[in-house]
Design a protein around this ligand. Structure first.
Ligand SMILES: [Zn+2]
Length: 276
């Protein structure tokens, strides 16, 4: 599943290829993904220029010009993939390909086998109150998210630290893989109750969130060129992971064997020595 660094990498790729281009055509192979696609609103985007490509949590936001400043909101769900292809190289619709947007010489394509993705269109005014965006916590790489916020927010929260970090109401964009990495980098046991985190723990966690996500982002950045003209796996998780999926292997920090626990079908990895 694409996590925040992957989505930000996609955003940068789209920013590089689609910004300032005019949308000529939207083709929809179906009228719903996770939720219905607003067909008329999609077609109303025709003729508009893409003036910005931003991201909120794991939602990609394509901003278009015009009086209502419409925004196409795209989420990759569990298995969605966006890629840009040159129009002259365009081939037949793929299995699980659901929509295309034509921007001059380039075509933005979306495929999603499990169809948990989202395509919606809202006006600029509605963006802040959109049902999918309005309850989201702060961005992990934004200014609002820091040690003080983390300490304040974790008081009275008996949930495990790892689950706290994965709850988008607390902070957005931290998925299962990076949550393990962040806890390891901060020296905190994933199962420790969030309410028991000290100010020092929160300070280390806040730094770990930035470090781990920034490092992943830097690694993801090397795959940006693959979004043009490529249709193979776009390199998710190519970056080096220090604990995730390393059960039994030595901790990179201390050499102890990494442990794995499974909760609700999701694996957690930690070092029994480095993490308390
Ligand atoms: Zn260790």
């Amino acid at each position: 599943m694409p996590e925040l660094p992957e989505v930000e990498t996609v955003r940068r790729g789209l920013d590089r290829s689609l910004l300032r281009r005019r949308l000529q055509e939207v083709e929809l192979a179906r009228h719903d993904l996770r939720w219905p696609i607003p067909v008329a609103a999609c077609h109303d985007l025709r003729g508009r220029r893409c003036v910005a490509i931003s991201r909120r949590s794991k939602y990609l936001l394509l901003h278009f010009d015009g009086a209502t400043a419409p925004v196409a909101l795209v989420h990759l769900g569990m298995s969605g993939r966006l890629w840009v292809e040159r129009r002259r190289d365009l081939d037949a619709w793929r299995t699980h390909e659901h929509w295309r947007m034509h921007f001059g010489p380039l075509v933005l394509r979306y495929a999603d086998p499990r169809r948990f993705g989202v395509l919606d269109v809202v006006t600029g005014n509605e963006l802040g109150t959109h049902r999918l965006l309005c309850a989201l916590g702060p961005e992990p790489l934004g200014e609002e998210f820091d040690a003080a916020y983390l300490f304040r927010r974790t008081r009275q929260r008996r949930v495990a630290t790892k689950l706290f970090l994965m709850d988008a109401k607390n902070v957005v964009g931290i998925g299962n893989i990076y949550a393990s990495e962040i806890c390891h980098a901060a020296g905190v046991r994933p199962r420790r109750g969030a309410h028991r985190l000290s100010r020092d723990d929160c300070a280390r966690l806040a730094i770990a969130v930035r470090t781990v996500l920034s490092r992943a982002l830097a690694a993801g950045g090397t795959t940006i060129r693959d979004y043009i003209g490529a249709d193979e796996d776009t390199g998710y998780f190519q970056h080096e992971l220090r604990v995730y999926d390393r059960a039994g292997l030595p901790c990179v920090a201390c050499g102890a064997a990494i442990r794995q626990t499974v909760d609700g079908g999701r694996s957690t990895y930690y070092c029994p020595t480095c993490q308390r």
